[in-house]
Design a binder for this molecule. Structure first.
Ligand SMILES: NC(=O)c1ccc[n+]([C@@H]2O[C@H](COP(=O)([O-])OP(=O)(O)OC[C@H]3O[C@@H](n4cnc5c(N)ncnc54)[C@H](O)[C@@H]3O)[C@@H](O)[C@H]2O)c1
Length: 279
C-alpha cells in the first residue's frame, strides 16, 4: 500500500475495502469515510437492498452475505475479485448483542451459538478466504470491529462479552502470525455508539446522553486504521479502565460488581438499550 509522504499515513485511494454489516450503523459510516478517502467500498449485509442503497452513492457495490455462512463469505470474496481484481482490506464489522435473562448463563444456547458465529467465526471465515492471496502478495489489512467489551466486560451480556474477548484473541493471533507476511490488523474497540444496536435511530446520535454517533466514530477511527494501528480506542476512558484492570484484577471485578448493582438500580433493567444510559 502506498504511503502519503506528507502525513505518513496509508492512502486508501482506489483500495478495495469490504465491510460486513455495512448497511447500517458503524459499518455504514466507516464505509462512507473510507469512500471519502478514495476507496472502493463493498457493502456486505443480510439485505441486498439495504447494502446496495448504502453502496450506490459511494460508487461501491452491495452484496447479500450472511457472515455466519462460510460459503457466502467465500462467494463474496470470489465476486469482489472478479469485479475489482483484489481485496485490500477486509472489515469484519457485523456483530450482534442479544442480552441475557436472570443470570450469566441464562441466555439460550441459540443466542450463545449465534453470538459465536457472528462475532467470532465470521472473522475466521473472512481470514481463511483472504489470507492465502494476502500472504502471496505480502500485503493486506484486517480491521475487526470488536468492542470495549473485549477488554473490559459488557454488564448484562455474558455471551457478548465472551465472544468479543474471543474475537480479540483471534485478532491478536492474526497480527502476531502475519506481521512478517506484510499483513496488518487493526481492532476497533468502542464503548457505546448510537446505532440500532442500542436502540437509536439510524444516523442520529443522542445529544441528551452524549453517546458518540457512528459518524463521529468513523472520523476518529479511519485515520487510525490508515496508520495501521492495532488497538484503536475511540473512547479514551477505555484505556484508563484497562490500566485499572491490569493494575488490580480483583479490585476491578469488585468495582464492576458495584457498578452493575448501581446501574441496575437506576435503569431497572439489564437491557442494553436502556442500561447504557446509566453506566
Ligand atoms: N453500537 C455500539 O455501542 C457498539 C459498541 C462497541 C462495538 N460495537 C460493534 O460494532 C459492530 C457494528 O455494530 P452497530 O452498532 O453498527 O450495530 P447495527 O445493529 O447498527 O449494525 C449491525 C449490522 O450488521 C448486520 N449483520 C448482523 N448479522 C449479520 C450477519 N449474520 N451477516 C451479515 N450482516 C449481519 C446487520 O444487518 C446490521 O446492518 C458490531 O460488531 C458491534 O458489536 C457496537
Amino acid at each position: 500500500m502506498s504511503l502519503n509522504s506528507s502525513s505518513g499515513i496509508i492512502s486508501f485511494k482506489d483500495k478495495i475495502i469490504i465491510i460486513t454489516g455495512g448497511a447500517s450503523g458503524i459499518g455504514k459510516h466507516l464505509a462512507q469515510k473510507f469512500a471519502k478517502c478514495g476507496a472502493r467500498v463493498v457493502i456486505a449485509d443480510l439485505s441486498l437492498e439495504k447494502a446496495s442503497s448504502v453502496a450506490k452513492p459511494l460508487n461501491g457495490v452491495g452484496f447479500l452475505c450472511d457472515v455466519t455462512k462460510e460459503e457466502q463469505i467465500q462467494n463474496l470474496i470470489r465476486n469482489v475479485k472478479k469485479i475489482f481484481g483484489t481485496v485490500d482490506i477486509f472489515v469484519s464489522n457485523a456483530g450482534i448483542c442479544l442480552g441475557e435473562g436472570a443470570h450469566s448463563a441464562s441466555a439460550s444456547n441459540e443466542i450463545w451459538n449465534s453470538s459465536w458465529e457472528v462475532n467470532v467465526m465470521a472473522h475466521v471465515y473472512a481470514a481463511r478466504a483472504t489470507l492465502p492471496e494476502m500472504i502471496k502478495n505480502q500485503r493486506g489489512q484486517f480491521v475487526q470491529i470488536i468492542s470495549a467489551a473485549a477488554l473490559l466486560s459488557q454488564i448484562g451480556d455474558a455471551a457478548y462479552s465472551a465472544t468479543k474477548h474471543a474475537a480479540m484473541g483471534f485478532a491478536e493471533s492474526l497480527a502476531i502470525t502475519h506481521k512478517s507476511d506484510g499483513i496488518d490488523v487493526s481492532v476497533l474497540c468502542p464503548q457505546y455508539v448510537a446505532t440500532n444496536m442500542l436502540g437509536y435511530e439510524e444516523d442520529r446520535g443522542d445529544p441528551r446522553t452524549e453517546i458518540m454517533s457512528a459518524a463521529q466514530l468513523a472520523e476518529i477511527a479511519v485515520p487510525e486504521i490508515q496508520k495501521k494501528k492495532f488497538l484503536i480506542l475511540p473512547h479514551p476512558e477505555v484505556r484508563q479502565f484497562m490500566n485499572f484492570k491490569n493494575k488490580s484484577y480483583d479490585k476491578w471485578i469488585y468495582e464492576m460488581h458495584k457498578l452493575r448493582a448501581r446501574v441496575l438500580k437506576k435503569s431497572g433493567t439489564l437491557d442494553i438499550k436502556t442500561l447504557h444510559k446509566f453506566v
